[in-house]
Design a binder for this molecule. Structure first.
Ligand code: SF4
Length: 351
């Protein structure tokens, strides 16, 4: 089995996604959303800017028409030659039969019996002994986000461990570059045990071929191509994660008192839920569940909001509509609906 950086990233975000990407029926996937293509283009632009600003003399390791194993050999040849900056290198370790490198000083944390593949954006030469000579390499990862997120650090540590095995050194200190051109280092000593834990869990789950439970989370599932498939399963199970506000920890608390479905949340004894998660939250979640089960909006009992008073009732009304990804600080779909009460028409103007 091949454990790649993108598989690990998927696993870190949602173990089910990693499972479905490996074993799922790809015909069940949603078509890729335009927004993902836009993100990819932005990513390319950002990477080009980083290269131009900091590494204008990079050497590309990409050779088209080769298998990834052959490409990994090309990368290693460039490292052997001592090229200063390698772009699009491929790091590959084959631990299927036995550990490729396991010194007492720096034991490998990779579970045995797998191949490992990573594609760091850059490999930068630095002084220091390695099997190549008196130089070695450290990985640089470029990300579109504005913060050095934990999953970026985890992947960077994965590259460091691959490099340690390939060049036979201690894991080097990886670097991250996020927007706007912000550098930071990753503390591998702190992150290696976390990587080991994630790797162990991931290979155990994949090896057991056990499909993880569905859990719909707006933030996590938003851009996932298994969304319709998972949502259908969640609906058929009346899964509690369909209720807005049910987080994994609240889900566990509800399970503990025997509330397993949206239906049972809608009809459960409110006192029991209040004791478990607090009064306000219990009332809110139960109302949400009732609204879902009966497929009807419910006005909050104590709501100050009166739609007939608050909403405008003019001859011409303009409603501004925004689709945004607040996490990425991006408002990407803007438009106005013009509602004309005289002609009884509604016209949408996308910007
Ligand atoms: S839709 Fe959500 S639950 Fe399903 S695989 Fe994707 S991220 Fe995971």
């Amino acid at each position: 089995m091949l454990i790649t950086d993108s598989l690990l990233l998927d696993y870190k975000r949602c173990s089910r996604r990693a499972f479905l990407n490996m074993y799922g029926d790809s015909t069940q996937q949603d078509p890729e959303r335009d927004f993902l293509q836009k993100l990819r283009q932005e990513n390319k632009r950002h990477t080009a800017l980083v290269l131009e600003t900091f590494y204008p003399h990079y050497q590309q390791s990409h050779v088209s028409g080769l298998s990834w194993r052959e490409k990994a050999k090309v990368t290693e040849q460039l490292m052997q030659q001592g090229v200063d900056c390698i772009y699009k290198g491929i790091l590959w370790v084959d631990d299927t039969a036995q550990s490729s490198y396991d010194s007492e000083e720096f034991p490998s944390i990779f579970p045995l019996g797998y191949e490992y593949l990573g594609k760091p954006h850059l490999l930068i030469k630095q002084p220091g002994e390695s099997k190549f000579g008196n130089w070695s390499y450290y990985p640089v990862s470029i990300h579109l986000g504005r913060k050095a997120k934990p999953e970026y650090k985890l992947l960077a540590t994965f590259y460091a461990q691959l490099l340690a095995i390939i060049q036979q050194t201690a894991p080097p200190t990886p670097e991250l570059i996020v927007r706007p051109l912000k550098h930071s280092s990753v503390d591998v000593i702190q992150w290696l045990p976390k990587l080991q834990l994630v790797l162990d869990e991931c290979v155990t789950m994949l090896g057991a071929v056990q499909e993880p439970e569905v859990f719909i989370s707006r933030q996590r599932c938003n851009l996932c191509r298994w969304y319709s498939y998972c949502y259908g399963i969640a609906q058929s199970q009346q899964h509690l994660s369909l209720v807005p506000g049910v987080t994994p920890s609240r889900y566990q608390s509800l399970q503990d008192i025997g509330v397993h479905t949206t239906e049972s949340l809608a009809t459960a004894n409110l006192n029991a839920i209040e004791e478990q998660i607090g009064t306000k939250l219990a009332q809110r979640l139960q109302q949400q569940a009732r609204s879902l089960v009966h497929n009807q909006p419910i006005l909050h009992a104590q709501s100050q909001y009166n739609p007939s008073e608050t909403l405008s009732n003019q001859t011409i009304e303009l409603y501004f509509d925004i689709e945004a990804e607040p996490e990425r600080n991006l408002d990407y779909l803007l438009g106005v609906v013009v509602f004309n009460r005289l002609t009884h028409t509604q016209t949408f103007y996308p910007f």
